[in-house]
Design a protein around this ligand. Structure first.
Ligand SMILES: [Zn+2]
Length: 208
């Protein structure tokens, strides 16, 4: 059983470096501010490009299904050809007895990026419409968790390494899945660069 704390009337923010609690409710969102104790950047003051965030999240969701199902590499070796998709690779690992590794790849390359994009889209859309749902704080928390587990860039590096290594052994062609994976990765990067969580929290506090 846990006790719930009563909300503070002022908006407080902990410095990311030294944990000093700072009052930020009087600081405009478009102003950069630093911690008075350690000079760490507490608020970057950048513009929250919400429409770009929304567009990037939507585009990422559209590209997601072909990114995980379309072939990423096609190759011809010793007279035989083959191809593999992201989900096909996960299944291949599973059937080779690498169940834990396949689940890890599934989590970091499929599940977390998908929910990261889905939550990004939901957050940006509800902020854009100024219609925040009651569980909006839970969305923000899950968004942060998914951000931590989303590692599609590692998979993209794996494609590049596999492509270079296989060039010596046969003919290798980049499949349409690779372009979609690169597109999803680009959308995730734009979402991360655009999103300002402090703006979302402040809009949640001021919703009524
Ligand atoms: Zn500090």
């Amino acid at each position: 059983m846990t006790d719930s704390l009563s909300p503070h009337r002022e908006s407080l923010l902990a410095c990311p470096d030294c944990d000093l609690l700072l009052r930020v409710d009087a600081v405009p969102l478009d102003r950069e501010c630093h911690c008075p104790r350690c000079d760490a950047l507490v608020q970057d003051g950048g513009h929250y490009a919400i429409d770009l965030h929304l567009a990037a999240a939507f585009s990422g969701l559209v590209l997601f299904v072909p990114a995980v199902t379309a072939p990423v590499l096609r190759f011809t070796m010793v007279g035989q050809w083959g191809s593999n998709s992201l989900l096909g690779g996960v299944w291949h690992l599973w059937t080779q007895g690498e169940q834990i590794l396949s689940l890890l790849v599934l989590l970091c390359s499929v599940v977390a990026p998908f929910f990261h994009l889905l939550l990004s889209f939901g957050i940006a859309l509800t902020l854009r419409l100024s219609r925040l749902p009651n569980n909006f704080p839970a969305w923000l928390k899950w968004h942060r968790h998914m951000q931590g587990w989303s590692m599609l860039e590692v998979y993209t590096l794996g494609i590049i390494v596999a492509y270079v290594k296989m060039l010596d052994d046969g003919d290798v062609f980049v499949g349409s899945g690779t372009y979609c994976v690169a597109g999803v990765l680009l959308c995730l990067i734009i979402c991360n660069q655009c999103f300002r969580e402090d703006v979302a929290w402040r809009q949640w506090e001021q919703r009524k």
